[in-house]
Design a protein around this ligand. Structure first.
Ligand code: TRP
Length: 348
């Protein structure tokens, strides 16, 4: 994405942020995750925390568990049911309230998926092929480009537009998809009459959340601290992380990625600055740093884990939450598809 359009997106995002607390009723938030594993601290500080804040501010909130997106670049759905179940548990443990936020899955909402056909007619092959996120996901997967991976930004437009979402909290890497969604909405409205809003990405200012090795936190890098780990598992993971032999602890991302990632992790969990934590530890070395980080992470996650534990025991309740979310999502999707049929004069 060009610097110009990033700047434009960032500016619109900042304007919306300012308006949100004044007019929460004007906004519908839609965002989601692929159910490929457990949520971790990167998800929490990157987006979950923000979703809870928007929900609590009174913004209509919808969260999609993007199960069809799992097979864009994988050839198995082996753990999908367990991953979906645990994703609902993680959301609720973090403060997502199913009374106020609709939680649902792709595969349970046929009318959402049906939007794919008219939407595909509104994009060109070259637009799809030049989407940078599609390209990098294809490279990372080591698979051939599947038709679903190539067209998944259009599917994501269906996710956002079926409920007329107009704000989408996302990381920078998802901005090309928001741009594509805006194009689809605008082209549909021009061709058939206005049905859809042109959604905006809501960018957050948070630093990229580093994993334990200093790279972006990601399950596939094996550097993530999952919310669902026990305290002992967390301690073990932090203990194993790679630091260096310099005893004086300093925050220096470039030259000391391991030490700095640990400092950022503790900073996020305690709301303090990295440099202050480093100064406090001084020349006590990596062992003392790791002890401090373990305590900060476990302390921060304790209430989330406690709720998680309680929720995970009530399987019926968790499935009820998802079934009710799916029911509400189907209502919205059918209403929107009805408008689409009418706009396209396909009413028989
Ligand atoms: N593609 C997103 C990801 O990989 C997940 C997602 C699916 C999503 N549908 C969405 C995000 C709609 C925002 C809006 O993280």
């Amino acid at each position: 994405m060009s610097t110009d359009s990033f700047e434009a997106s960032k500016k619109r995002s900042d304007e919306i942020r300012a308006d949100l607390s004044v007019h929460p009723e004007n906004y519908t938030m839609l965002t989601g995750d692929r159910p490929t594993g457990r949520l971790h601290l990167g998800h929490y500080f990157g987006t979950i925390r923000e979703r809870v804040a928007l929900q609590d501010a009174g913004v209509a909130s919808r969260i999609i568990i993007a199960d069809y997106q799992v097979i864009t670049d994988r050839d198995t759905t082996e753990h999908i049911q367990d991953n979906v179940y645990n994703m609902v548990v993680d959301y609720l443990a973090c403060g997502i309230d199913p009374e106020r936020t609709v939680i649902f899955t792709h595969s349970a909402v046929p009318a959402l998926n049906q939007l794919m056909l008219p939407f595909l007619s509104l994009v060109t092959e070259s637009e799809l092929l030049r989407n940078p996120t599609v390209k990098s996901e294809m490279d990372a997967s080591g698979h051939a480009l599947t038709g679903l991976l190539l067209t998944y930004p259009v599917h994501q437009a269906c996710d956002i537009l079926f409920c007329k979402g107009n704000i989408v909290p996302v990381g920078k890497d998802q901005l090309p998809h928001i741009e594509q969604t805006r194009n689809i909405a605008r082209r549909f409205n021009e061709r058939y009459g206005r049905v859809f809003p042109e959604p905006e990405g809501l960018l957050n200012d948070a630093v990229e959340i580093p994993g334990l090795d200093g790279r972006k936190m990601s399950k596939s890098y094996g550097n993530a601290i999952s919310l669902s780990l026990t305290e002992a598992e967390t301690a073990k993971l932090i203990k194993k992380s790679k630091t260096d032999s310099e005893r004086l602890i300093t925050f220096d991302k470039e030259n000391r990625p391991g030490v700095s990632a640990l400092l950022t992790t503790a900073a996020l969990c305690t709301g303090r600055a990295e440099a202050d934590i480093a100064a406090e530890i001084g020349d006590a070395g990596a062992g003392a740093l790791k002890k401090h980080v373990t305590e900060s992470v476990n302390g921060f996650l304790a209430p989330i884990r406690e709720r998680r534990e309680r929720l995970a025991q009530d399987r019926d309740y968790i499935w009820d939450v998802l079934h009710e979310g799916n029911r509400r999502a189907n209502e919205m999707a059918e209403a929107t598809l009805g408008e689409v049929r009418e706009a396209m004069r396909m009413v028989y």
